[in-house]
Each structure stands twice: as C-alpha cells, then as structure tokens.
Design a protein around this ligand. Structure first.
Ligand code: AMP
Length: 414
C-alpha cells in the first residue's frame, strides 16, 4: 500500500482542527492591523533563494528540494516564504510612492532535513512582513501584533529575546573580533563552525553543539560594535517595548541564520515546548529587496511554525473544541425529500446540520450520530411529517422532545 513520502504527513481530525483555529485567529488578528494576505507559488527559480537566503546557509546548501523541470528550468520548492514575497512585490511593483506595505502569508514550506521530533520535510509557516518602514516603531507594531496573536491562542510562558546584528557597515569589525576569538580556541569548535567562521562568522554564535556553546564563553558581543545609528535604533526598540509592557531579554548569541538580516533579530521561546523551545524567529532585513533587484526598501518580518504551534495547542488545551453538526434522520422516502428541503432552509439560516442520506434504520443512524459526537439527532418519521414536527433527541442527556419545524433553528441555536 502506498504511504506518504518520508517527512511529510496528512493533516486531518484533531490536528487539522487546530491548524484551522490557528489560521482563523491569524487572519482575524492580522486584518485588524492592516496586513493583507499574499500567496506566492510553491515553486520558485533557484536564484531567488541563492540570492536571499544565502549560499552559505544550511537551507541552500543541504536542504532544498530542487530539480530541473521538463522545460529545463532549475526550480526549488520554497524552503521559506520571505524571498518569494519579496520577488512578487518587485515583480508586481506593489510598493507605490514609498507607502508602507503590510503582508502576511500562510502555507507549506519544504526542507530536506534530518528527521527529528517536531521537524518535517513539508511543514507550514505563518509569516508577516512589513515593507517600507525602517523605524523601531514599526518593529514594535509588528511585535504587538505577534503577541496579540499568540495571546488569542491562549499561549502563556512565552519569552521574547532580542539582539541587534548591526549593518554591513559595522559588521566587518565584529567579524574580525569573532575570528580572532575563534582562532585562539579553534580546537574546541566543531567542524561546521570551522566552515562558518570563513563563510558566515555570525552563525558560529548560534551553533547548537554544547561544545561550541561552552567554547563561546566570553565571546565578543555584537551590540558593542554597532554604528551609532544602529545603536540608537536598538535602544529605541528596547524603550518602546518597556513602555508597551512587552517583556524581553537580550541575547547576544541570537543571530538569524539568513544573510539578509540587519539590526533587529528576535526569537520567541516557549518553555512549554521543552528542548525544541524556539517557536518563531524574525528580524529586520533592509538589504533584501534591493538585493533581489528591487528598489531600496527597508523591511521587517517573522515566521512561525504552524506544526509546532498546533503541537503546543494540543499539549496545552487537549483536543480542539469541535461542534459536530446536528444529524437530521429521515425515515422513509417521503421524509428523505422533506429532510433535504428543510435542511436547505436551515443551512441558508447558517445552521450546522448533516442529513442522514443512507436511508438507514434509526438505530444505525443514532449510533453514527453518537460516534461523531453530535448533540442533537432530529428524527423525521411519518408521524412527525404529519404533525409538522421533529423528534429531537438530546444525545448526551438521552432525553427526547418534540419541536415544531418552525422552532428548529431557534432551538438549535439555544
Ligand atoms: P526559520 O524559517 O528556520 O527561521 O523557522 C521559523 C519557524 O519555522 C521555526 O521556529 C519552526 O517553528 C518552524 N520550522 C522550521 N523548520 C521546520 C521543520 N522542518 N519542521 C517544522 N517546523 C519548522
């Protein structure tokens, strides 16, 4: 029997219900903040990621699903969505008159990763990007939206970590400092870090290996190397967060793995997630739009893993609250047609009703209704048809009432 491809999975039942809840909440909260949804294709030309995510990153180096299509184009199934959103924005000239543009996306991403708990090769992300504003205020706004989203999902035990990675002007001095620090104790660092120190030295700071983390004790701190404008920016963001009552901590080892980040980098951790504690990350990427061939446009954004979020919701709240529809059970052919007529009317009034269309007997139909967790079974037999009523069985209480047809919508709502 065919099985789903390794690292991918089907979403259904309870997990799907959590996905839906989370997506609905995201759309509601983001719309309130003036963000519009954008959907870009899963397939992009490989250059989009090479030039944005960076050739030295693990994502581009090892994890991309890439292939030649039948027309000989080298394409990639997107490993993340920021690059695609920027590509779309440039292509359709979505930035007019330098007005800010606020966009969000929800969709599947693909990375050929080593398998581990909570990591998939097809996974989902929700992300928000704010284009055209360079201010710390725009970062605070985006973070307030993010926090509102997480709070509306009922998540607690969250902590916000921030750092600044400066700009291309001040980073060379920091690179020199971190290289000198590294060389003095290079035997303590892992093989990957030996590669990173040449290609992407900032990434040494967030190496997951415990040996490297220990070797980093006393490392140079990037915020001490910031140019004056970056320093002011960082200070102002901290002031804003404090005044807005958004608790945060500074983490000098927090660097985002992508080449295009400038100044603010942040992460939200959840202590409920245990070892896999990073729930999401983001930051400022002022250089990317220009780098991909667009105008010079500052930008700030973040992406959250939907799979991990759904897992957390399940852990904290148990099964997603479902409200299975009432089941309308006609007995006999005349009742079967009447049931469809009645249901059409009730559906149009917004009621959730499922019609038993198998022509099955009452006992079987009630068993199905019980199994799917419906509260009400509405029975429509010859007697009921004659009197213009349904027999409404409360499946949790086991009691039965008679409802005139015209009262059904109000009763179901009540
Ligand atoms: P990144 O794009 O690497 O910054 O990841 C942002 C978020 O996406 C992470 O914090 C995770 O929640 C989620 N994520 C990244 N990779 C995976 C994966 N392979 N499986 C599940 N979730 C992932």
């Amino acid at each position: 029997m065919a099985q789903s491809v390794k690292g991918t999975r089907d979403l259904f039942g309870n997990e799907m219900a959590w996905f839906q809840r989370i997506e609905d909440t995201a759309r509601r909260v983001f719309a309130r903040h003036g963000y519009e949804e954008i959907r870009t294709p899963v397939l992009e030309e490989i250059e989009v990621f090479k030039r944005s995510v960076g050739e030295s990153s693990d994502i581009v180096n090892k994890e991309m699903y890439e292939f030649m299509d039948k027309g000989g184009r080298h394409v990639v199934m997107r490993p993340e969505n920021t690059a695609g959103v920027v590509r779309a924005m440039i292509q359709h000239k979505l930035l007019i008159n330098n007005d800010p543009k606020l966009l969000y996306y929800i969709g599947p991403m693909f990375r050929y990763e080593r398998m581990q708990a909570g990591r998939y090769r097809q996974f989902w992300q929700i992300g928000a990007e704010s284009f055209g504003v360079a201010s710390p205020e725009s970062e605070a706004e985006s973070l307030l939206m993010l926090m509102a989203f997480l709070q509306e999902l009922g998540l607690k035990h969250l902590s916000l970590s921030i750092n600044s990675v400066g700009t291309s002007e001040c980073r060379p001095a920091f690179h020199a400092a971190i290289r000198a620090f590294f060389q003095a104790r290079e035997e303590r660092f892992c093989e990957d870090c030996h590669r990173r120190i040449d290609t992407n030295p900032l990434r040494v700071l967030d190496c997951k290996s415990p040996g490297c983390q220990a070797a980093l004790e006393g490392h140079p701190v990037i915020t001490e190397y910031l140019d004056e404008a970056s320093q002011r920016h960082h200070l102002r963001l901290k002031e804003l967060l404090t005044a807005l009552d958004v608790p945060f901590e500074e983490n000098p080892r927090l660097v985002r793995g992508l080449d295009y980040y400038t100044r603010t980098a942040f992460e939200v951790l959840s202590s409920d997630l245990g070892a896999q504690s990073a729930l999401l990350g983001g930051g400022r990427y002022d250089g990317l739009v220009k780098h991909l061939g667009g105008p010079e446009v500052p930008a700030f954004g973040w992406a959250i893993g939907l799979d991990r979020l759904a897992m957390l919701m399940q852990q904290l709240h148990g099964n997603a609250p479902l409200s299975p529809p009432a089941l309308l059970i006609p007995l006999g052919e005349a009742a079967a047609l009447k049931a469809l007529l009645l249901a059409r009317d009730w559906w149009s009034q917004g009621l959730a009703i499922q019609v038993e269309t198998r022509g099955t007997n009452l006992k079987k139909a009630l068993t199905s209704a019980n199994r799917q967790g419906s509260k009400w079974a509405l029975i429509l037999g010859d007697g009921e048809l004659e009197q213009g009523v349904v027999s409404a069985k409360d499946l949790s209480a086991g009691t039965q009432e008679t409802w005139p047809l015209e009262e059904v919508p109000a009763r179901l709502r009540g």
